[in-house]
Design a protein around this ligand. Structure first.
Ligand code: 6R9
Length: 663
């Protein structure tokens, strides 16, 4: 995370006492109640989670054991003996609970007029139909289905259809390239890929199926591709079609044998639910595996307590479903609670920077969850955009993805929440399945820039490199000591990596990879990643991944990638590239290399700055000294600390000069 954030956060002293909630509500309403719940959850951890699992979910058969856990192997099992189905919990049971005609999903397309609302009954029917389509094309329990789709209702429908029949979905963000898609599809051996002809973004039509076609040239497991007609590009003759492989979504759904009823597959609590790939510090993205009973309990539990979702709420999380935030807080959490969830296809700035506020006003959104990068970008646009809209429906605001700088927090609080709406800053990860550290909106006093306190059930600590407890205010590794139901259960196909990434360094604990400190009041201040992962606009990018994309280019000999502070994105990507002998450092090649990365991984991985370097700073044993590269990227020209292990100290001077020439 950027330096200015850390500094301003260390000085942050403001405290905002909680507001009384205007809704009656059954959830936690005071700090005392939070403390009582927290203490109880630590003393009787299994009792606490068993109670939540039974309160929140409908089980076909009750679980007989709450937890079997070995954090060393690791082998974690929650709610064994229990069977359930996630689609049943998100849809079917609500039909009997009087929510048949309640709006489950409000979809706002990118064009203002494209709005579709689904009642719980309508969503149920669509999901049943698509589940039948999947079955018809050979998908069964345990099979993987890859979803590479825009933010359209068919994505939510496809997810729920998969889990209804026990298939495991693996969603690949539609902004990823053909190659990124390919490596994920190959890794999880998906049987079917669901995609769309194109994505609508900022008024443009961006082809999507053509990427899928490119990816599938080397994905032998994929038997069929289901294609949603989002943009009508086929009519313009712009779509390649493989008759025996490709199927139109709308045609498949209209077939006479596709009924609007499909039995739910009873799943064991520990049956896999989905795989979601996320970047790590080394190698290829990891397929994080989440399982059925624990994940859904956790998604529902955190949705209820952190967002205070009530029956009448209109809840909107602005994330893309291609990331974990969308999985847990657009789809599974809110629908398990029977809430009304909003899904938006577009971006905050198109056609104008008041798009979000327009949507809040249009649908009377009461709970709004977004990312600091969005807040910072909209802050820059000025208040004329927020003042145009009636935002008085809002009662809870949230943020996620990266630390929020106090300035952005205060802007959000004053101009969106109008000084009367709590902000929940939620710290969590793809691996944690749901929110871990966050305020409870009508209970926790807030400090701008702090994710505040661990949720009941979560034993979060800061430890030193040797595993001992850090003192208050001492920065260290953020770890979790007790298992929790939403935690990952594996890295798909790679048990060794599962263990070594998360459970090896600190025995018996889950290692998050984040640095943090806890202040004298027990508040957590997240300082960002401690490993080689960059957080660009709230999205995790592994430096190793970008480096290997760069060195795959025929002109590149060596590459090193680091994060650089960025006023809106939090961090952006800074790449140092050494060319092969005889290659020339031209502006054209610089542009080519940036485009290359974009094509290899996707637009979010494009280096903001690409500096040619004769040489990289290395130790005598040949290790690149990233610490120095990070310093130069952030604009510092002196004080490089201990450079005695550098093989050739003059490299630094050259790099600093090279940077100055760039800017
Ligand atoms: C949910 C999500 C996880 C990483 C995580 C941390 C950063 C997320 C944060 C935050 C400070 C917050 N992060 N929320 N840092 N404050 N409220 O973003 O998952 O994409 O896996 O990223 O994001 O560094 O380790 P994921």
């Amino acid at each position: 995370m950027s330096q200015h954030n850390i500094i301003s956060m260390q000085d942050e002293q403001r405290l905002f006492t909680p507001f009384p909630s205007k809704t009656a509500g059954t959830h936690i309403r005071s700090l005392e109640e939070y403390k009582r719940q927290y203490t109880r959850s630590m003393e009787d951890n299994e009792g606490f989670w068993a109670e939540r699992a039974n309160e929140l979910l409908d089980w076909f058969s009750p679980f007989t054991t709450v937890l079997e856990a070995d954090m060393d192997t690791p082998d974690i099992r929650w709610f064994t003996g229990g069977t359930l189905n996630v689609a049943h919990n998100c849809l079917d049971r609500h039909l009997e609970l009087g929510r048949k005609d309640k709006t489950a999903l409000i979809w706002q397309g990118e064009p203002e007029g494209d709005v579709i609302t689904y009642t719980y009954e309508q969503l149920y029917e669509e999901v049943c139909k698509f589940a039948n389509v999947l079955k018809k094309y050979g998908v069964g329990k345990g099979d993987r289905v890859a979803l590479y789709m825009p933010m359209i209702p068919e994505l939510t429908i496809a997810m729920l259809a998969c889990v209804r029949i026990g298939a495991v979905h693996s969603i690949v963000f539609a902004g990823f390239s053909a190659l990124s898609l390919q490596s994920r599809v190959v890794d999880c051996e998906a049987k079917i890929l669901v995609t769309a002809d194109a994505v609508l973004r900022s008024g443009r039509v961006i082809p999507l199926k053509s990427n899928a076609d490119d990816a599938l040239t080397a994905c032998p497991s994929v038997e069929h591709v289901v294609v949603v007609d989002r943009a009508g590009t086929a009519e313009q003759g712009n779509l390649e079609w493989k008759e025996e492989r490709d199927i139109w979504w709308h045609q498949a759904m209209q077939q006479s044998d596709i009924k609007a009823f499909c039995e739910c597959e009873p799943m064991e609590s520990e049956d896999p639910l989905f795989i979601l790939y996320t970047s790590g510090s080394t190698g290829k993205p990891k397929g994080v595996v989440h399982t059925t009973g624990g994940y859904l309990t956790y998604a529902a539990h955190t949705s209820q307590w952190v967002f205070d979702i009530q029956e009448s709420d209109v809840y909107w999380c602005t994330a893309d479903i291609g990331w974990i935030t969308g999985h847990s807080y657009i789809v599974y959490g809110p629908l398990a609670l029977g809430a009304t969830t909003v899904m938006f296809e577009g971006v905050p700035s198109f056609p104008s920077p008041d798009r979000f506020w327009n949507i809040v006003e249009k649908f009377g959104v009461t709970i709004f969850y977004t990312a600091p990068t969005v807040i910072r970008a909209l802050m820059r646009e000025g208040l004329e955009w927020t003042q145009r809209h009636d935002l008085s429906s809002l009662r809870v605001l949230g943020t996620v993805g990266e630390p929020i700088n106090p300035e952005a927090w205060i802007w959000y609080y004053e101009n969106i929440g109008k000084n009367k709406t709590p902000i929940v800053d939620t710290w969590w990860q793809t691996e944690t399945g749901g929110i871990m550290i966050a305020a409870l909106p009508f209970a926790t006093p807030l400090k701008p820039g702090s994710a505040t306190l661990p949720l009941p059930g979560i034993d979060a600590r800061i430890v030193r490199p040797d595993g001992s407890d850090a003192e208050p205010n001492e920065g260290g590794h953020l770890i979790i000591r007790k298992p929790w139901p939403g935690m990952l259960r594996g890295v798909f196909g790679d048990p060794e990596r599962y263990k070594s990434t998360y459970f090896e360094r600190f025995p018996g604990m889950y290692e998050s990879g984040d640095g943090a400190r806890v202040d004298n009041d027990g508040y957590f201040w997240i300082m960002g990643r401690l490993d080689d992962v960059i957080n660009v606009s709230g999205h995790r990018m592994g430096t190793a991944e970008i480096e290997s994309a760069l060195v795959a280019h025929p002109t590149v000999a060596e590459a090193a990638v680091v994060g650089m502070p960025h006023p809106i994105k939090g961090e952006s990507i800074y790449a140092y590239v050494t060319l092969k002998a005889d290659e020339e450092e031209t502006e054209e090649l610089r542009a080519q290399l940036r485009t290359w990365v974009r094509k290899e991984i996707g637009p979010i991985a494009t280096p903001e700055v690409l500096q040619f370097a004769e040489e990289l700073p290395k130790t005598r044993s040949g290790k690149i000294m990233r610490r120095i590269l990070r310093k130069i990227a952030s604009g510092s020209t002196g004080d490089f600390g201990d450079t005695s292990t550098l093989a050739d100290p003059s490299v630094i001077t050259e790099l600093v000069e090279g940077r100055t020439e760039l800017t």
